[in-house]
Design a protein around this ligand. Structure first.
Ligand code: ARG
Length: 576
């Protein structure tokens, strides 16, 4: 489809005086089938030409000659609709998909430029909750998407491993701590301590002051404070890493908040030297009122630094380190103001690259229990979610496919897939209502639905191989010749090929718009088109040529399903 778009650009450019790139960016997808694959809105030209758009559209339509992908151009009111030559498409597309295999859908627009992605970033000493799961799966998919677009990607886990919560934890641990419980289950135990601290602090307000003073000690390198902090950090990190491993998620760096501690003085000095900071009641602030934002606190009056101070240092460090083309922060929408302030201060400091920093916000995730709050202890643990996913998937698979040999493996792929896909298919910025029945529904807009289409195709190929079908020479087949015999012309087949052809464009748009949901939605459509095809068009029980063409077609579908799932961080089972 990209090739078709390009061709439209080249054909229309001399006729309109617009750049080919401009034309392709103006192309729209017609709202209903039968209107061609792309439409060019002629009212864009109406003003400069001082003529009605429908006249321009009719005139252009008469001038477009069919060639290659171009079957015809037809005027429809102010729009000029383009119809793709399906025979031409089929004969190029399928061999290309099969030849490129896992690389199909990728491009080199990135040209090796660097994109840094800050994602996941759970807070040590608070559990890895389901809220951080959103950042993790969205960030990890963006990582894969940008890599597929030819960028060098650096994934950073900006661990929440510094801050006043450590004062609270140290206080709680020194008063009530139990070393063996800490070793045994650090994440849950530290969370229990955190909750306990807040409960006790309601009765005894002195605790808050004690916690502040322990955090101060920590910032002053007090040996006892540092030792406890180290212990909390390393135990929690080991636990997080285990979960990432299980989820198949990768980071290039775990430089969290504490990493920037020795850069903070320098960073604050830079802000001061630019004349941006001022004292206010003993604290150091940046006044952002001229930009319609509340002031930003850089240093409290007791000398303690803040989350945003560390983020300032981190951004500057990252630019020096990576010279990024873009720096993406995958963080919930509740931190929108934080990032606006951060980017504004960087801009005021004169960093031209501040404009390449992007906050990628996302909405909340609701379980039936209501909004999760770390302080009150009502929280859904990621680990529990994953265990439940595996268990439910296992039950379903046992029932649907009792003969399957490795049910554990299939349950892992399907269970994790369901959780990841159940998140990614949603428009990122919207809140999600997480419902187990919905994400595991084999006929819904879910991972299992897409995975099942993939497994089904794999099983067709297993059978074909048993029947002695030689699949190796497929790409060499002269598809065009077969196509001339009238193959692949049923509506289901045509639809399936057209959908296949859209993949590369969807991937590019998902990366550009920071929206893995485009890929997820696309995969549901492709699986649906495949199912319709499969329902109406037998593959194996047909005569030789037709069988070859159809096998080639579903090979293409299998590759695209697999590549698409891969971009979301989901595995494609051979059987399930
Ligand atoms: N740890 C933070 C939180 O859980 C998220 C950090 C995001 N990254 C950043 N550079 N601020 O809220």
């Amino acid at each position: 489809m990209l090739a078709f778009k390009k061709q439209i650009g080249y054909l229309l450019s001399p006729l309109t005086g617009l750049d080919p790139e401009e034309i392709t960016s103006l192309l729209e997808v017609p709202p209903e089938p039968g209107l061609g694959e792309y439409a060019f809105p002629c009212y864009i030209l109406a003003r400069s030409q001082k003529r009605p758009p429908q006249v321009i559209s009719a005139e252009l339509a008469a001038k477009i000659e069919p060639a290659d992908y171009m079957e015809k151009a037809k005027s429809a009111g102010p729009y000029l609709n383009f119809y793709i030559n399906k025979a031409h498409l089929f004969s190029r597309l399928l061999p290309e998909i099969i030849e490129l295999g896992p690389g199909y859908g990728h491009s080199d627009v990135g040209q090796g430029r660097t994109v840094v992605i800050d994602y996941s970033a759970p807070n040590i000493a608070k559990p890895f909750g389901i809220g951080h799961l959103r950042s993790t799966v969205i960030g990890s998919s963006l990582y894969r998407l940008y890599q597929a677009m030819g960028y060098r990607v650096v994934g950073i886990n900006h661990l929440g491993d510094w801050g006043t919560q450590f004062g609270k934890l140290i206080t709680a641990y020194r008063r009530w701590g139990d070393s063996s419980r800490l070793e045994k289950d650090p994440v849950h135990y530290l969370f229990d301590l955190y909750v306990l601290f807040h409960k006790e602090a309601e009765k005894d307000p002195n605790l808050e002051e004690e916690a502040r003073s322990w955090f101060r000690n920590l910032e002053m390198n007090d040996a006892e404070a540092v030792e406890l902090w180290e212990r909390f950090r390393s135990l929690s990190l080991a636990e997080f890493k285990r979960l990432y491993n299980f989820l198949g998620i990768h980071f290039d760096s775990y430089q969290g908040e504490s990493f920037y501690n020795n850069l903070l003085e320098e960073t604050i000095k830079k802000v001061v030297d630019k004349g941006l900071a001022k004292e206010s009641q003993g604290a150091l602030i940046v006044d952002l009122e001229p930009y319609g934002m509340p002031p930003c606190l850089l240093r409290k009056k007791d000398g303690a630094t803040l989350y945003i101070t560390r983020d300032l240092a981190a951004a500057i460090y990252r630019y020096e380190q990576y010279r990024f083309h873009k720096l993406l922060y995958v963080v919930g929408s509740e931190q929108t103001l934080h990032f606006k302030q951060l980017f504004k201060i960087l801009e005021l400091m004169g960093y031209h690259w501040a404009q390449n920093c992007v906050h990628i916000p996302f909405g909340l995730i609701h379980f039936k229990e209501g909004r999760m709050s770390t302080r009150e202890g009502r929280i859904v643990f990621l680990e529990d979610v994953l265990n439940r996913a595996l268990e439910l998937a296992h039950n379903i698979i046992k029932e649907k496919n009792p003969d399957l040999v490795d049910k554990e493996k299939a349950a892992r792929m399907v269970g994790l897939g369901a959780v990841i896909f159940g998140d990614l298919i949603n428009d990122r910025v919207k809140d999600i209502e997480f419902d187990w029945d919905k994400v595991l529904d084999f006929s819904g807009e879910t991972a299992p639905y897409v995975q099942y289409a993939h497994a089904r195709i794999s099983s067709i190929f297993r059978k074909a191989a048993q029947e002695g079908e030689d699949l190796s020479s497929f790409a060499a087949q002269n598809l065009a010749a077969l196509q001339e015999k009238g193959f692949l012309t049923s509506p289901e087949e045509e639809q399936l090929v057209i959908t296949l052809a859209r993949f590369s464009e969807q991937v590019a748009q998902a990366a550009e718009g920071y929206r893995p949901s485009y890929v997820a939605r696309y995969l549901v459509e492709l699986a649906r088109d495949f199912n319709k095809f499969y329902h109406n068009c037998p593959v194996l029980g047909t005569d030789e040529d037709l069988r070859k063409v159809r096998l080639m077609l579903i090979k293409g579908v299998q590759i695209v399903l697999r590549n698409g799932l891969e971009l979301l961080g989901i595995e494609a089972p051979e059987e399930m």
